[in-house]
Each structure stands twice: as C-alpha cells, then as structure tokens.
Design a binder for this molecule. Structure first.
Ligand code: FE
Ligand code: FE
Ligand code: ZN
Length: 278
C-alpha cells in the first residue's frame, strides 16, 4: 500500500487533520508544528493526540510528518535569529515526545554569505545543542534547491552536517523532488543514478520521507517553485517511476503542491493509480 498524503493545515488540531486525510484518500499527512510566520506555539492537547492515534488504529493512517517553520535559520549570522531557531527546534522536539516515534523535518538554513562551511558548522552545532539521547523523534534534514545561500543544496552538504552531529542516530533525510531537481539532480532522465548517488553519499537507510512536488523550473534552476504533479518540468511519468522505485519502497510520500484539498485528492488518486500495489 502506497503511503501517501499531503501537507495539511494544523489550525484545528490532530484529530481534524487525520479525518481530513482520511476524507481525501490519504494514508499519512504533514503539518507545521507551529505557525511558520512566528508567534508562540500552542500546547498540544493530550486528548486530541489520543483521538488521532485511535483513528490511526482503525484506518491504517500512519504517523504524520512534522515540519518545522521554514522561517527559522539555524545558521543565521545574527545571534538573536539563530537563538530563536534553536529555541524553536528545542521546543518542537519537547512537544513531539507526545507522539512517540515522530519524524520532524526542517530546512537546514541559509548561510547568508558566511559560506557553506560555516553554515554546516552552525547547523550541526544547533543540532548538538537540541538533540537529547533519550528523545524518540528522528530529525530530518530536507534536501534544498540551493536558492540564494541555502545549505543542503547537495547530498554532500547534507552528509557533512550529519557527520558533525554527535547523536547522528537521531538524524535522517527528507528528499524533496522539486528541490533536488532544481538543485541539479536529474530525477527524470537518471532516477536510478540519483538514488545510487544518494546511497553512496548519505546512505539510503537515512532516507525517511519524500516530498512529492513538480517544479515550475528546469533541472538545476535553483529556484524552488513547486508545481502541481504533471504540470511542471518533472512530469507525471517521472512521478510514476518515483513512487514505484524499489529503493523508495515503504517510505511515506507527501505532496506540497499548490492545491486545495480537492486537488490533493486528485493527485493522491493519480499516484495510487501509477502504483500497482496501491
Ligand atoms: Fe520543506
Ligand atoms: Fe519540501
Ligand atoms: Zn520547496
């Protein structure tokens, strides 16, 4: 069974998201841990989480993927900005212990002119400050498009961050199809080779989730503009190969395409139709 879902609004809580996911044929979903534009995070309700987990038991919907606000920057130049990122990561990790075995994805950051080496150092340092040996959450670094000064624009940069993390057993990777395509990895013409490269540089055992997005731009554009599946430069056929690739078998897939719920429902159905075991 293909594990596929989409990004959902978290404003009405966990049970509401799980019901919404179920209503559109999704078997998992992604949500922001807090409002990406800032402000204090609401405390999560034990009863809401319990109700969601009960529904998971009945429906086969799986553990959702938590996404950190994309506005935080763990390798900011300004100490105050970096401190805010550290506090946000630590607070999210604390709350995520209410969901044992959670996956928590974040954008590594932008080095804002300090250089990728310094960025990598600062990101790893942030992780070394917030990761706890007893935590149950796996933290995922998202592969980035390389827009501006983004760190994580290549598999090598992701690997270099992980290598500097002391509790590297808590670390994994989320591969975003739009981002790697924009980053210069040809997943249309050379999917096997790209996944082999991921394996040799990072290791496929670190790959925990896939963001499924088409791209408004050609390979290597370093732009990061998501497009609906089949309406961008990656194209529907390539996504059929991606969801069916043996190296990605069993991983959860998350749509972050420019859609409302009905659009997500249609894309989930399209990708299930492309997968023989869906
Ligand atoms: Fe993201
Ligand atoms: Fe993404
Ligand atoms: Zn993106």
């Amino acid at each position: 069974m293909l594990r596929i879902g989409c990004h959902l609004s978290s404003s009405k809580g966990f049970l509401d998201m799980a019901k919404t996911a179920q209503s559109i044929g999704a078997t998992t979903f992604q949500y922001f841990t807090r409002n990406p534009r800032g402000g204090a995070a609401k405390e999560w309700k034990e009863t809401d989480i319990k109700a969601m987990l009960d529904l998971f038991g009945q429906t086969g919907i799986g553990m959702p993927l938590a996404h950190a606000p994309y506005t935080i920057n763990a390798c900011a130049k300004e100490e105050r900005t970096r401190q805010f990122a550290l506090e946000t990561l630590a607070d999210d990790l604390r709350r995520l212990e209410m969901l044992p075995g959670a996956l928590y994805n974040f954008h590594p950051g932008s080095h804002v002119g300090q250089g990728a080496d310094r960025g990598i150092e600062l990101i790893a340092d942030a992780l070394n400050q917030v990761l706890e040996p007893q935590q149950h959450t796996t933290v995922l670094l998202e592969t980035m498009a390389g827009k501006g000064t983004e760190v994580g624009r290549s598999f090598e940069e992701i690997r270099r961050i992980i290598d500097k993390v002391e509790l590297s057993g808590k670390m994994g990777v989320c591969l975003d199809t739009c981002h790697v395509w924009d980053g210069g990895y040809d997943i249309v013409g050379h999917l096997d080779e790209v996944l082999q490269e991921f394996d040799s540089v990072i290791g496929l055992e670190r790959l925990k989730a896939i963001h499924v997005n088409d791209s408004m731009n050609p390979c290597g554009a370093h732009k990061d503009r998501h497009q609906k599946i089949g309406q961008g430069f990656i194209g529907e056929e390539a996504f059929g190969r991606i969801v069916n690739h043996p190296a990605l078998k069993g991983l959860p897939f998350y749509l972050e395409t420019p859609n409302e719920l009905d659009g997500y429902q249609a894309e989930i159905a399209m990708l299930r139709a492309a997968s023989p075991e869906a």
